[in-house]
Design a protein around this ligand. Structure first.
Ligand SMILES: [Ca+2]
Ligand SMILES: [Ca+2]
Ligand SMILES: [Ca+2]
Length: 231
């Protein structure tokens, strides 16, 4: 009871202080300051799942990558006028009867045009392996007809990182070709063994990368000392 009394006493002291701060406009912002901006940002197009961010059209304004019904990707480009994000770019996997599981924008061929990597559950996904497809950027947009379907599937969501430090994102994971992790190097899209380990990677994975060797890169060539694995 004594403790409760002290707490109550403290609150009685704090309440006028917080009230005073609120009058002065200092301290935590009151909840009524929150403002729903959905209509301003999206207008009537406010539906779907926000999957990723990136500046697709290189205008230095971040654009939004939105999934709809898990087989359409709509890119909402930032705009100066309301609604401030407009659905301008669309690619679809509807014809492939697949479900998109992840969206990772990036420049996978190093031509300074942003591309987008989609992972998906293929049509007959009995084994649960994931396919991956890259839609290539062109003229600050995506060409729905210009895509590359990767010729391997992944046991789990791949990890995107710059493995060989050439500033082009690479795609890392266990594929259907080997139990050892593989890396698909961005640029020439060539597959390489990533490292030799006895441990099996977990599904779902929890691998990550960190610059342990202080060379500002995720990994150095085939020396994967900076990749962390489950045991
Ligand atoms: Ca933009
Ligand atoms: Ca590109
Ligand atoms: Ca790279």
């Amino acid at each position: 009871m004594a403790a409760a009394g002290r707490l109550l006493g403290s609150w009685v002291l704090l309440a006028p202080l917080l009230g005073g701060l609120a009058l002065l406009g200092v301290g935590p912002v009151p909840a009524r300051a929150l403002h729903n901006v959905t209509a301003e940002l999206f207008g009537a197009e406010a539906w779907g799942t926000l999957a990723a961010f990136g500046d697709l059209n290189s205008d230095k304004q971040t654009d939004l990558f939105v999934l709809r019904e898990r087989n359409d990707l709509i890119v909402f480009l930032a705009d100066q006028n309301a609604p401030y994000f407009k659905p301008k770019v669309k690619v679809s996997l509807k014809n492939h009867s697949t479900l998109i599981t992840s969206v990772v924008p990036g420049d996978y061929d190093g031509d300074s045009q942003m591309d987008v990597l989609l992972t998906y559950l293929p049509k007959n996904h009995a084994n649960g392996e994931l396919g991956a497809i890259i839609f290539w950027g062109q003229n600050q947009t995506l060409d729905p007809c210009n895509m590359t379907i990767l010729n391997r599937t992944f046991q789990d969501e791949p990890l995107i990182m710059d493995f060989n430090a050439d500033l082009i994102p690479d795609i890392f994971g266990i594929t259907n070709e080997s139990n050892q992790p593989q890396i698909l190097l961005g640029g020439n899209l060539s597959w390489h063994p990533a490292l030799t380990i006895k441990s099996k990677m977990r599904i779902p994975h929890s691998h990550a990368f960190i610059d342990l060797t202080e060379d500002f890169t995720a990994a150095c060539g085939n020396h994967c000392s900076t990749l962390l694995f489950d045991h």
